[in-house]
Design a protein around this ligand. Sequence first.
Ligand SMILES: [Zn+2]
Length: 381
Amino acid sequence: MQKVFDYIEKNKDKYLDFWMDICNAEGTAEDKPSMDAVADKIEEFARGLNIFVERVPFDTCGDFLIVDTLHTAEESGVCFLAHMDTVHKKGAFGYPPVKKEGDKLIGPGVIDCKGGVPIALLTMMALIDSGYDKNCRLLLTSDEEVSNRFGGQKEMDVIKAAVTGFKAAFNCEVARVGEVVVSRKGILRYRMDITGKAAHAGIDYFSGVSAVREAAHKILALESKSVEGGITYNSGIINGGTMSNIVPERCEITIDVRVSNSEELEKAKAVLEEIANKSFVEGTKTELVLVSQRQPMLHNEDTENLFLHLKTISEKYGLGTLVPIESGGGSDSAYTQLAGVPSVCAVGATGDFCHTINEYADIDSLTLRAKLLAAATLEME
Ligand SMILES: [Zn+2]
């Protein structure tokens, strides 16, 4: 194992530069050209390593990348995932976006989740160098932060096909020191489009039908169903009305629902339908629109075993101990599980404050996580 660890140490600077480079290329899921530019950078770097890169074109979002170490190998080893999009608008961190301060990197996506890309590639190259003879794969997506909203069914099919047959799926998502995520909630995003009837608020108030008032009733009815440790409903955005002197004809509520398993998912859908179909204010009509949905990642036996393997390896090689985390946020690990591949999440760069302009990464997590993942792969059976 020493040879593998030496390889990782010897090459870390090159991967640190690459890490900063791809974070300086800012991009969000809504902006395909920005995501394609990030993919271009990663593709160029991976081709420079003399490994196989396939670009999966998408019209509706940035292109995906599939990077293989031994494309023609008969046997599949492990696969890695990361997403190339971030939540940050261009310029949010100033220029240049990425700053190195002591042992930290600060910038857009340094942990969430572009840091996962150099970690996965360094791990894969260390495995090749050690003579590991199975194919390892890195799958890079471009719309994770918007719950795969743009990629649609094609995206689900690409993810499942890309990971099928691999022994394990390591999702190199944002992490905290010593933590690995073993379950994640599923996310449903809905919109309720409510229509009432406009009227002059002074002359004709009682002939109006307020869509905003209906929305208020619906929000209260819905959120009263949220349970701590169970299903939660968050009416995150409301848009309604036009002028203060007009009874509002329209109101939209955008709702985020978190569930832990498929039974909860079905139950939540039924609750939303029931509340959408009921008119609290007579004369209103509501259309319920499913904006996006992501399945939950389950803490199943395969995930538990893979986590225990990582923990054992981490302790054996002095890389620290690991604790399992149940997370409220969603990720693509749900789809690697659905493909029947043992999966763990959040094995990427560690740090804190993702989704804020204080997002930072621990630079040493590049080598720490690469050593963990390489050793775990080599001692897997
Ligand atoms: Zn994120």
